[in-house]
Write a protein that binds this ligand. Sequence first.
Ligand code: SF4
Length: 324
Amino acid sequence: MLLEVRDLAVAFHTRDGEVPVVNGVSLAVDAGETLAVLGESGSGKSVTAQAVMGILDTPPARVTGGEIHFQGADLLTVSAEERRRVRGARMAMIFQDALSALNPVLSVGFQLAEMFRVHRGASRAEARDRAVELMKRVDIPAAEQRVGDYPHQFSGGMRQRIMIAMAVALNPALVIADEPTTALDVTVQAQVMDLLAELRREHRMGLILITHDLGVVADVADRIAVMYAGRVVEHAPVRELYAAPAHPYTRGLLESVPRLTGRRGELPAIRGLPPSPLAVPPGCPFHPRCPLARDVCRVDRPPLYPVSEGRRSACHFWEEAIRG
Ligand code: SF4
């Protein structure tokens, strides 16, 4: 495996002590593979991604347990300098909001070229040529003319393409995309997802796609890990998960996909809201919202039960869930 996360735990430091926000998360992604990590906001998916990238704010967040193996090394035990080197060249991240991730006072061409100058020792002219090439590769029209333009002069979709260009510039082995299309309209979302899938194939890179929307990952992901209250609750190959989810929460997410009518923050097919990390219910954390919940669910936390080869579910009644 290119990346293997084992039993990762992350806690936020608060005035009242440490609050666990990621609890024993295990994930893996191989070269050329796409893993989608799915969950509502507060599920711990972005914090997991930040822990892998080594960009958790410290304080208030810190890794409290687990291992993150990347290309043979445990990133939690290497020096800060080695971690920075990995992050610069072998692992890259794409953020939701390209406008705040790009530097507003530098042209996009300069920002792209700088990657080649700093990490590859390219001359100014070479680096500029590489920047233009990359802009063409991510389909920025009139790249030669626009290389000197600033981030605010591009549309949201174009800015996201530029962020993707920056992420893949140094040919990283792993790219983590955190809600890369959430701020875009539906047509542009599909184009950006296609571009990511194409680049992943071309460069055989591993891709982790963090999202709250099952609708955007169906065509691009190989496997999906569904997170709830800081834990993975279902992990499955994408086709099997879509055909018959083995966890009531996944089923609720799937049933919410085409509907946009719920109140803000609410999934139409699942009643209630996810718990705060300060008040995670005992037993199965999903029990207050679960249509299949019974007494045992309020007391016993379900482990990740094996469902089939490569598939697991943290539901005591996964067989019932899978039958629908
Ligand atoms: Fe629902 Fe119980 Fe399964 Fe949790 S363990 S998802 S509450 S049926």
